[in-house]
Design a protein around this ligand. Structure first.
Ligand code: ATP
Length: 434
């Protein structure tokens, strides 16, 4: 039983004018070439909750590639096509991105004498999606613009705040959906439906992904770590007994005890703190969370994790180096916080932003966090006032020595030994013979 209703009103209340015009244009372009176009997935889910979602996924009944090329002809922008899956990624002139997929007509063979049945391809496309809340479509062709297509009573699940798979084999088909279920549950404060949760338990019992190294799983794990507050999701993964799958060789060390939760919480705080400070400096939170979760593991265990999920060698090496460096510094700082700022700089200079945040996460004393935060917000930015020309004017010849001079001036500034340009000149003349 198909339930469809028109949500034009909701569209005009929720979406910006430009976006509505874009949706209408998509429908018109599709109509012109005899295809049907639908907005699908998270976009529709969020629309029904009166929320904006700037990822636009379009499914075309027809040929997605022909459609995408035609749309770019009309609107400008760039298109990248993938012939094998008949998908395309469009970037419009203003930077807006649209993913286009093709719903292919397929035929269902019924046993015995019954005829072959042609399923509408959008229905099949939606049936293959992860959860009912993501399995609605919005008609965009002019005559039916704004018609919501809901074959599987998805709207009810959305209203009841339930995460439900579309069929019993869903997790067998793609175990990474388990991570998606947890992510949506915690992000939207929904609940994984009882039957769906039972299927998850079943999948875990069957060791469904015991051997899988499906890179999608790591992609989804990263997605969880990109959420604003992934702690509840991380706990839920543990409760669903997924940790033993994600980090099997860690089991002896991997206890969801107070210390573990404390580290994760501190990681989350450090990341939020960093985001507030440096809105435009990109960091990769997943690295911080992964190291925080693996705080008690050895390099070999991190390697195993990376191998399993096909994480590049250089990323793996970087993770291990940052962890070992931060662990060692963490121990040193636990024993003694250096008095001299220059010493703090020296200690922390080899850590990346992610390494620094991990160090804050494992800090066992407030003073350690304070020291790292002082370094991040001020010490690491201190520079000498003099430049190369100044040194030349003082009679020094450029070369290796300049590096040492700058670094010594910086240390002197950090420790308050020099304050002005004049101080720096005197300092250099005193310590470096011409
Ligand atoms: P978000 O708000 O996190 O972007 P989203 O629902 O848009 O959520 P995407 O990962 O961008 O999530 O996926 C887009 C759509 O593709 C989903 O709404 C879902 O319908 C479908 N989808 C994504 N991953 C899967 C999967 N593993 N199995 C089935 N369908 C999937």
């Amino acid at each position: 039983r198909e339930k469809s209703k028109n949500v034009l009103q909701l569209i005009s209340e929720t979406l910006d004018r430009d976006l509505i015009i874009l949706l209408r244009t998509i429908g018109e372009v599709a109509e012109d070439i005899g295809f049907k176009a639908y907005a699908v997935g998270g976009f529709v889910r969020d629309l029904l909750q009166k929320q904006k979602n700037l990822d636009l996924d379009i499914v075309v009944e027809g040929d997605g590639i022909i459609f995408a090329k035609q749309l770019v002809k009309t609107l400008g922008g760039r298109v990248r096509t993938h012939d094998r899956f008949k998908t395309a990624n469009i970037t419009l002139a203003n930077g807006f991105k649209i993913d286009v997929a093709t719903a292919r007509l397929e035929y269902y063979e019924y046993p015995a004498a019954l005829p072959t049945v042609e399923l509408s391809s959008i229905k099949l496309d939606l049936y293959r999606r992860d959860f009912t809340i993501n399995a609605m479509a919005l008609q965009l062709n002019p005559a039916l613009f704004g018609t919501l297509i809901d074959f599987f009573s998805c709207q009810n699940d959305l209203k009841d705040k339930l995460i439900k798979v579309l069929h019993n084999l869903s997790f067998v088909e793609d175990p990474s959906r388990i991570l998606r279920a947890v992510r949506f549950e915690k992000r939207m404060d929904f609940k994984i439906a009882r039957h769906t949760e039972r299927l998850i338990h079943g999948a875990v019992k069957m060791d469904l992904f015991g051997k899988t190294n499906n890179p999608r799983i790591f992609t989804e794990l990263k997605q969880i770590f990109e959420e604003e507050n992934p702690i509840l999701a991380i706990r839920r993964l543990a409760d669903l007994e997924l940790f033993q799958f994600l980090w099997p060789d860690l089991l002896p060390n991997l206890k969801i005890d107070r210390r573990f939760l404390h580290i994760i919480r501190q990681a989350q705080q450090a990341i939020s703190w960093f985001h507030l400070l440096y809105l435009d400096e990109p960091i990769e939170p997943w690295r911080v969370y992964l190291l925080a979760i693996m705080a008690r593991s050895r390099p070999r265990q991190i390697e195993t994790f990376c191998e399993r999920f096909q994480i590049h060698d250089h990323i793996c090496r970087e993770l291990i180096i940052q962890k070992l460096t931060a662990d060692e510094i963490g121990n040193k700082l636990y024993g003694r916080i250096p008095e001299k700022n220059s010493e703090i700089n020296q200690m922390l200079k080899n850590l990346t932003n992610e390494g620094l945040l991990y160090l804050m996460a494992i800090a066992r004393k407030k003073e350690i966090k304070k020291t790292v935060s002082l370094y991040v917000t001020s010490l690491r930015n201190v520079q000498s006032l003099l430049n190369g020309d100044d040194l030349k004017k003082l009679g020094y010849i450029p070369g290796e020595q300049f590096k040492k001079m700058f670094s010594d001036i910086t240390d002197a500034r950090l420790d308050g030994l020099v304050k002005s340009r004049e101080d720096e000149k005197q300092f250099i003349l005193k310590h470096f013979p011409r």
